[in-house]
Design a protein around this ligand. Structure first.
Ligand SMILES: [Zn+2]
Length: 136
């Protein structure tokens, strides 16, 4: 397995690149309010990229309506596109999901998704840039 090229920037560089909301969510592990994100009800075909580094993360054919209020996917675009980390913040044991390329916080993954994976990647809209009609 080859080491992926990583995008590394200082916090000040990220702050200049991202909106204040994106910086809070992607660099400070914030969470947007349920049903407030721009991509919750997006059903167009395309690719969901990392809003910080533009790496492909998810595709529209793996998106589903979870009812959670956040964009939800049952599989990432590839196994090495994202990284999972144990997250014990807020008194909960959860699995945090980050972009493998730049380390941005994306959301969490829960084991209550649909078949065939049974996984629910619960991702902040603010962490995603939607690339409509992009070839997968
Ligand atoms: Zn990224």
């Amino acid at each position: 397995m080859t080491e992926k090229q990583k995008v590394r920037k200082t916090e000040e560089e990220w702050r200049a690149l991202l909106t204040p909301e994106q910086f809070h969510i992607m660099r400070e592990k914030g969470t947007e309010g349920a049903f407030t994100g721009a991509l919750v009800d997006n059903h167009d075909d395309g690719i969901y990229r990392c809003a910080a580094c533009n790496s492909p993360l998810f595709t529209s054919d793996k998106k589903f309506d979870s009812g959670s209020g956040w964009p939800s996917f049952w599989l990432p675009v590839s196994a090495d596109a994202i990284e999972a980390h144990e997250d014990n913040a807020h008194g909960m044991r959860r699995i945090e999901v980050t972009c493998a390329t730049c380390g941005a916080h994306l959301g969490h993954v829960f084991p209550d998704g649909p078949r065939p994976t049974g996984m629910r990647y619960c991702i902040n809209s603010a962490s995603l840039a939607f690339d409509k009609d992009a070839k997968q």
